[in-house]
Ligand binder design. Structure first.
Ligand code: HEC
Length: 117
């Protein structure tokens, strides 16, 4: 019995390399890049999402107003737009240091998933 298991080991190791497809790689990155999910703020398919609201003092109006925060729709952005945005400093969105390859995987994932129901 032991012997048979050992025989299969090399095949298992070979299979592991192709274990993750590009799609799964992009999916993993989109849902958990550096521990902070794009999906939490931009929706499961990058369709955009309401994140939350808070009260703030409007200096011009001199009263308390309700401020809403929305994650923009991002599945219609170009790769360049996504690259620019993830490396920039925002008010709400974290700055990610993703490699070009990682950003591309996220972009391609969004292109594939956006029309899925
Ligand atoms: C904490 C919430 C949050 C997370 C997490 C987040 N974003 Fe954002 N993102 C925002 C908000 C809010 C904006 C609008 C600009 C702003 O105020 O920061 C934005 C803007 C963008 C834009 C520009 C949209 C436009 O209209 O031009 C892109 C592209 C983008 N995000 C992509 C991503 C990607 C890719 C990830 C994951 C790697 C991500 N974001 C993670 C909240 C988030």
């Amino acid at each position: 019995m032991k012997r048979i298991q050992l025989l299969f080991l090399p095949f298992l190791a070979l299979g592991a390399e192709d274990f993750m497809s590009n799609y799964e790689y992009g999916q993993m990155l989109y849902n958990n890049p550096r521990g902070i999910s794009c999906a939490k703020c931009h929706g499961e398919k990058g369709e955009g999402k309401f994140i939350g609201q808070y009260y703030k003092k409007d200096k011009k109006l001199k009263k308390i107003v309700l401020q809403e925060i929305h994650g923009a729709r991002i599945n219609d952005k170009t790769l360049k737009q996504i690259q620019d945005s993830v490396s920039k400093t925002h008010d709400v969105m974290p700055t990610y240091s993703l490699t070009d390859e990682e950003t591309k995987a996220i972009y391609e994932y969004l292109q594939k998933i956006k029309n899925k129901s």
